[in-house]
Design a protein around this ligand. Sequence first.
Ligand SMILES: C[S@@+](CC[C@H](N)C(=O)[O-])C[C@H]1O[C@@H](n2cnc3c(N)ncnc32)[C@H](O)[C@@H]1O
Length: 431
Amino acid sequence: MKRPESFTDSGGQKMHNPQPICYAQNQSVKAYLASDPWNVESFNRLAEAARDKGRVSGLTHKYYRYPARFSPRFVRAAIEQFTSPGDLVFDPFMGGGTTLVEAIALGRHAIGTDISSLATFVSKAKTQIFSNSEFKRLESWASALQEKINIHLPSISSQYYFDAGYHKHLDSSLTWRLRKVLEQVLASAEALPSRKLETFARCVVLRTGQWALDGRRQIPTISQFREAIIAHANEMIHGARELRTAVNTYADYKPKATCLNHSIIGFDTKKVFSGSSPKLVLTSPPYPGVHVLYHRWQVDGRKESAAPFWIANKLDGSGASYYTLGARNAKDHWKYFDGLRSALSTVASISSEETTIIQVVAFSNPSIQLPRYLEVAEESGLSEVATPFVSGNEDGRLWRDIPNRKWHADQLGDVPASQEVVLFHRISKQN
Ligand SMILES: C[S@@+](CC[C@H](N)C(=O)[O-])C[C@H]1O[C@@H](n2cnc3c(N)ncnc32)[C@H](O)[C@@H]1O
């Protein structure tokens, strides 16, 4: 299929075509897809991965259900399509670290930033590579959990987190027992001999705490909790082993993940990138007008709890708008787009002509917000790239339905935002 040099989309935005790259006969399919990432075949594969509705699984992806997380299958397909082993992949809004996990598992280097200390904690936990002796230590920690969890034994409560309000809604007649056993497991995590092991163990508690408390109508019993945390610990050790095996396949490239707790706005890129540009920026910023609760669990009905920060031993930021580029409601969209402009300008400043920038975004009102989004990207020094036609993307873009999401689009009332778009950019020629 012949692609036009450039075309104008329905929103009036000019889209540019990258130059196609030649394909040598004896390449493997994967190498071919990576050598000409802009061909139809590559895009059909990517579109299929983007629209996959399968459950999240594999590697360390199940460590935590981060709100609005990427589909690992889509991330894997995009990394394979646009980069080679040894390249650098960057996610400025890394969330639960899906991009970083897939990048190192495919032998790429990865850098991620997130304004949330919880997101950074989860991403770190998911990208740690353990030695054999560390695995042994974790296995014996997991097998001791059976005895550690005992409602009749005392627990150590953190006065600091209690005083700071992180235990709010965790001392009701329904929740206090769970808080007590969470404290017992956290004490055993703290007793582990290194920060790395402690991070893993805290993440086991985090996952099980989320399972037990977040959005549950019925709080589990202590024996159900015990059974679940042991199963989670073992499954997570298995995931960490899978990740190590994958990373070791690319040992020559020494793939490494760097997770930074920093806002991308005003981020001093020089120290971290030191002149090297990412080959791929793969990210999903907060969405305009779509309310996602990144930093809270909803316990005992819909009462908001900061418990995940207490479990991760991290301090919280300053309310929902801190995590959503300033926007909490429709009136704040100018704040959102202002923040987005600064963020994308930073992305443009570290990108080279070789960098592909992929963003996955949902909108509460796509017909107004998508053109505005593209305008802001253009003002930040990014130009949208035309992708080959893929069935189902009538406006020339790749849209995907969002399965089972519980966040809401403000302008439509309590109606779930139902679609995300995948946007492709390169830095503008004048940069
Ligand atoms: C849609 S989520 C990313 C989810 C991620 N793709 C994953 O797979 O888990 C958006 C993230 O942007 C982060 N964020 C919001 N403002 C930010 C900023 N100024 N700088 C960096 N991260 C920010 C939020 O904390 C949130 O984790």
